[in-house]
Design a protein around this ligand. Structure first.
Ligand SMILES: C=CC1=C(C)c2cc3[nH]c(cc4nc(cc5[nH]c(cc1n2)c(C)c5CCC(=O)O)C(CCC(=O)O)=C4C)c(C)c3C=C
Ligand SMILES: [Fe+2]
Length: 423
């Protein structure tokens, strides 16, 4: 959950709300069609604030510095008509560009005889640097042996449904999906509004399968903490490290699925945390489980948060246990460990008690990587290896999530999400 670089370097922000603000596409179209009179924006006008640009070679929401809130929503496609699916992606493209730019989805005044075209709960709110990130699941290419949309041949090798790893408790209604949208913003209402309106636009073509919200500590300085109280994201790659992103995160044209070049693979895991059990562990035991100091975030053999641990000097695991989380997730064995590295972008979730009165909270683990097998899976298999289990596994339970291919970015108006997939 690191956020170590200058935000402005990444945000194609505009100071909106200024006079002469260009009206959004959607309104523009409505005006051209003569359905609405030109007028000054009223209540639904966006407030001034930083915006993240929707357009670019890569989608936003991957190397964008983390906003405070997330709402991740997976959809099942209900049509078997390829054109309807393409049309949905075109519609979502226009909507996403408008939403991220703080534009209302409907022209005013709206037609009183129909349900509102924009549900309206965002009126008067800042966009909170909203990003919307769209991805597809393996089931879009083929489901139950069916080549549903003539896309089977386009499925990248190695792109599967997320397998059940050792000790996973995946629940079908919280797992997989044909499409997924990650909405992130500094305001949970903004995320909710985006997902809700995208779902309305999908009616008859796709419906919500599962949804998970998450949040980070809002005003904390430096690396954010997870619900076990540890800094989470310390050894994440620097977001400004373009060469790392090109090597480890963005899919390349020569990776076997040229249509996905500029995209990436997103892993989502809804990880329930056994809060009550964790809270009974001693301070020292908690540090040994993670492999870092709780307050500073420093490695157990270091002093400062960003010191690098020296596992080579501690082969027996006296200082940093061999089965601690950081030692197993990154053993630091040279080139191989470097190639495996992923970009984590998770959020904490805190919900009501479960049916037996336990705290229902955890980590909405989200990570991005260029190759699912040689990166995420390789790490996850080490953590879940029954012969040397990550100590943290005793305190967590994964109940949902999935694997998704994040579509390449939309470079200019007129192009649409997934265009290269259908070309
Ligand atoms: C398979 C990937 C990972 C899962 C699943 C995962 C779950 C998980 N992690 C924490 C808490 C921390 N993780 C930390 C580091 C860390 N975790 C992973 C991978 C997974 N974690 C990696 C690759 C790393 C980086 C290791 C390194 O390079 O040193 C840390 C330490 C701070 C940091 O660098 O981020 C914490 C704390 C929880 C609570 C959790 C499941 C609920
Ligand atoms: Fe971790």
């Amino acid at each position: 959950m690191g956020d170590k670089m200058n935000r402005r370097a990444f945000l194609g922000y505009t100071a909106a709300g200024a006079a002469g603000l260009v009206l959004g596409d959607l309104i523009g179209k409505a005006e051209k069609a003569g359905s609405v009179s030109t007028q000054v924006r009223t209540e639904s006008s966006p407030k001034a604030g930083e915006r993240v640009s929707f357009y670019g070679a890569h989608q936003a929401g991957v190397v964008t510095p983390q906003q405070n809130c997330a709402n991740v929503a997976a959809f099942d496609v209900t049509t078997d008509n390829r054109s309807e699916l393409q049309q949905l992606l075109r519609t979502w493209t226009e909507m996403a560009a408008a939403l991220m730019d703080g534009q209302p989805l409907a022209a005013e005044p709206q037609d009183a005889k129909f349900p509102p075209k924009d549900t309206g709960e965002q009126m008067g709110l800042d966009t909170g640097k909203l990003t919307l990130t769209f991805a597809v699941g393996a089931s879009l290419f083929e489901k139950d042996g069916n080549d549903r949309f003539g896309l089977r041949a386009r499925k990248p090798a190695g792109f599967t449904l997320m397998p059940k790893f050792h000790l996973d408790s995946l629940q079908e209604q919280l797992t997989h999906g044909d499409l997924i949208v990650q909405a992130c913003a500094d305001d949970p209402m903004i995320c909710f509004h985006a997902i809700r309106n995208l779902a309305i636009a999908a009616r008859g073509v796709a419906h919500l399968r599962w949804q998970q919200t998450g949040q980070l500590g809002v005003k904390s300085e430096g690396t954010k903490r997870n619900l076990f109280g540890f800094k989470d994201g310390t050894n994440n790659p620097q977001l400004s490290d373009e060469s790392f992103m090109n090597n480890n995160i963005w899919v390349g044209a020569s990776d076997g699925a040229p249509w996905l070049a500029g995209g990436t693979y997103m892993v989502v895991r809804r990880i329930q945390m056994r809060i009550e059990t964790w809270d009974q562990q001693t301070f020292a035991a908690q540090e040994g489980i993670i492999g870092r100091q709780k307050v500073s975030g420093a490695p157990l053999d270091g002093k400062q948060e960003f010191d690098q641990p020296n596992f080579g000097a501690d082969p027996g695991g006296k200082q940093t246990p061999l089965d601690s989380h950081i030692r197993l997730s990154n053993p630091r064995t040279g080139e191989n460990s470097e190639r495996e590295r992923i970009l984590r972008r998770g959020y904490n979730f805190m919900e009501n008690l479960d049916s037996v009165g336990r705290i229902n909270a955890g980590l909405l683990f989200v990570c991005f990587n260029r190759n699912l097998q040689t990166q995420f899976e390789s790490i996850q298999k080490r953590l879940a290896n029954p012969k040397q289990l990550d100590q943290l596994m005793k305190y967590t339970d994964t109940t949902g999530g999935g694997y998704f291919a994040v579509l390449p970015g939309v470079q200019a108006k007129g192009a649409y999400l997934g265009q290269s997939l259908f070309a």
